[in-house]
Design a binder for this molecule. Structure first.
Ligand code: HH2
Length: 284
């Protein structure tokens, strides 16, 4: 008799099928929706609308990490995200993740009810990043980036992007576990657009299975990102839904389990159709 394969669980959500994380940017300058949800009440309403559209998680961020973005002071970031997290939790929203690199913001967000840490620096930003994640005991998304947001798209360079991202994620996993983070709480992310050319992004999507093979769930975020414009004639962020869906489904085909997206309803529909076809291909 074979033992049942264990299904990873993140903040109480079983990843037995691909899940959708809706983006709630509480920033004046995010690349795709900058300013639209900068006030707390608008951000909460937007998060609840994404939940109603079927989001399994909501990712709240108070600092844009788009290429060229400036750092936001810690206190300002806390002021932006805490009321939004509190509002979402009070309204019974799905599990909230906090998109931040700063330990103080992680702590404030967790106290407000956030249940996942999403760190685009993979716990490298501060000396106490790993120990904070260990203390809080929450699932943590470790994302690969080359360089800091301000300069990361200036001249990204790799000898072998896929192998280097895999090695980086393994090293960050080891550092987190050594600091006391439970391995079963780690989620990996290739970091589409974070210090990567079009060719780097495409290679990572095509070989996402190499990250999946590390044995932890993989989160994938390509929604509205500029590599779509690099393929399709400079199309603006507001017109990248088709490319976002194509990338999301390709990632799922290669093993991604959480899709971080702005367009939750469209992504859910695309996923449903994709999964129905997959199910027909493998009748049981
Ligand atoms: N992408 C962005 C921000 N946070 N977190 C993870 N784990 N993976 C990603 O790919 C990722 C992320 C950038 O997108 P967005 O939040 O829409 O824009 P901005 O950083 O300008 O707020």
């Amino acid at each position: 008799m074979t033992a049942p394969l264990s299904v990873p669980v993140v903040a109480g959500v079983r990843l037995d099928r691909p899940r959708v994380m809706g983006v709630v940017n509480v920033t004046p300058d995010s690349f795709s929706d900058g300013g639209a949800f900068f006030q707390a009440d608008k951000a909460v309403a937007h998060g609840l609308a994404l939940a109603a559209a079927g989001a399994d998680f909501l990712d709240v961020g108070g600092e844009s990490t788009r290429p060229g973005a400036d750092d936001v002071p810690e206190a300002q970031e806390i002021d932006r995200v805490v009321p939004v997290i509190e509002g979402l939790v009070a309204a019974g929203a799905p599990p909230v993740s906090i998109d931040t690199r700063k330990p103080a913001v992680m702590r404030a967000a967790a106290a407000a009810g956030a249940r996942i840490l999403n760190d685009v620096s993979a716990l490298t930003y501060a000396d106490d990043s790993c120990s904070t994640a260990a203390d809080l005991g929450l699932p943590v998304i470790l994302m690969h980036a080359q360089g800091a947001p301000k300069t990361m798209q200036d001249a990204p360079r790799y000898d072998d992007v896929v192998s280097e991202v895999v090695a980086f994620l393994e090293a960050r996993r080891a550092a987190a576990v050594a600091a006391g983070v439970d391995d079963s709480r780690i989620v990996f992310d290739p970091g589409v657009g974070f210090g990567k050319t079009l060719a780097h992004n495409l290679a990572l999507i095509a070989r996402l299975d190499r990250i999946v093979a590390l044995g932890r769930p993989v989160l994938f975020g390509a929604s509205r990102k500029s590599f779509i414009a690099a393929i399709d004639d400079g199309v603006p962020a507001s017109e990248r839904l088709g490319g976002s869906l194509a990338a999301a489904l390709a990632a799922v085909a290669h093993g991604a389990r959480i899709l971080r997206v702005h367009d939750v309803a469209a992504t859910r529909q695309a996923l449903k159709v994709f999964m129905a076809i997959e199910g027909a291909a493998r009748p049981d």
